[in-house]
Design a protein around this ligand. Structure first.
Ligand code: UDP
Ligand code: MG
Length: 310
């Protein structure tokens, strides 16, 4: 195989795993006789991560490093990596060896069947009970809110071709949710089941706060549901208010005795609140549209062209 493979690997305080990662990956790539590069993106670590990578890069010119000026978050780090990677295939993986490098060959085989993107999905997630529950809720909520058909049990490891990477780089949004963008691009996608291991060393960099941030980013990036909710809720309030007022009128007509005065005030109040909420919702929907336009996403992506140039 003489096509070039770029590994895109974000690192953030990973001094304990880097050397082991480079060892396992290069061993695998040498077996595959693959023309490769490993593009590390340091996301602002202040431990020895960068020094260790630079040391390896001296003896192996296929090891490349982008140092971000400070912690930008994994989504930005990955985008930087895709921008600089020059391979025909880009394989994205974490350095913690949870997704084992020996799976690289299977990804190559699968994408060579003519796909643009191959996602790894886990046979079984090796993680703490709490993390597993959180993951389930996280992806469940995202599927509901964003309406994206995200594969179940998504692993980190995935491979895509140059055509897919170029399309990805057309997405200009600041607030980005990469899995969402991948699904939005579409093209020809496939999945393969891969083995999962425990993190080789070190701890997960995704604490609860970071995970919540990611979830909200994803929802804001891909969903207008919260905006529509305001409109719907406004309509419900208006309905309830009208019902209250009608009830008062009916009671009056049938001369049924009740303390008058305050029910009508409450009824009017609920209607007024509903009208406000409704119009705030409408305004929000317009803001949502402006937001969508300002992202300037590509309008389409194609699977294939027949008798036409790329
Ligand atoms: N990471 C990053 N920037 C951050 C946090 C994490 O680049 O702000 C990287 C980290 O070095 C690792 C990957 O993202 O390569 C996934 O993190 P981790 O393995 O800690 O998360 P988990 O596998 O537990 O979701
Ligand atoms: Mg991990």
């Amino acid at each position: 195989m003489n096509k070039k493979l770029s590994l895109v690997v974000p690192v953030y305080f990973e001094e304990e795993v880097i050397s082991r990662f480079i060892f396992e990956v290069t061993e695998e790539l040498n077996v595959l006789k693959s023309n490769y590069e490993i593009v590390f993106i340091d996301d602002g670590s202040t431990d020895k991560t960068v020094d260790i990578i630079k040391e390896h890069a001296k003896s192996n010119l296929n090891i490349k490093l982008i140092e971000l000026s400070y912690n930008h978050g994994k989504q930005a780090a990955l985008t930087a990596g895709i921008t600089y990677a020059s391979g025909d295939y880009l394989l994205y993986m974490d350095p913690d060896l949870q997704d084992p490098p020996k799976e690289i060959s299977r990804f190559l085989i699968e994408i060579n069947k003519g796909f643009d993107l191959v996602f790894g999905v886990r046979k079984e997630k090796k993680d703490s009970f709490i993390n597993k529950i959180f993951s389930k809720i996280f992806w469940g909520v995202l599927r509901k809110f964003t309406g994206l058909q995200l594969p179940k049990g998504l692993a980190v490891m995935r491979i895509f071709n140059r055509k897919f990477a170029s399309k990805f780089l057309e997405y200009q949004e600041q607030n980005r949710f990469i899995e969402g963008i991948f699904m939005h691009i579409g093209m020809k996608q496939s999945t393969i089941e891969i083995e999962q291991r425990e993190r080789y060393a070190g701890t997960s960099k995704f604490n609860f706060k970071k995970k919540m941030e990611l979830a909200f980013n994803a929802i804001f990036d891909f969903s207008e549901l919260p905006l529509k909710l305001a409109v719907k809720l406004g309509l419900v309030f208006i309905g309830i208010g009208i019902l209250v007022l009608l009830t008062i009128i009916v009671l009056k007509l049938y001369m049924i005795d009740f303390q008058s005065g305050w029910p009508s005030i409450i009824g009017a109040l609920i209607i007024a609140t509903g009208i406000q909420l409704f119009f705030i919702g409408i305004a929000a929907l317009y803001i949502g549209k402006v937001y969508k336009e300002s992202k300037a996403r590509p309008l389409f992506s194609f699977k294939e062209l027949t008798n036409l140039d790329q």
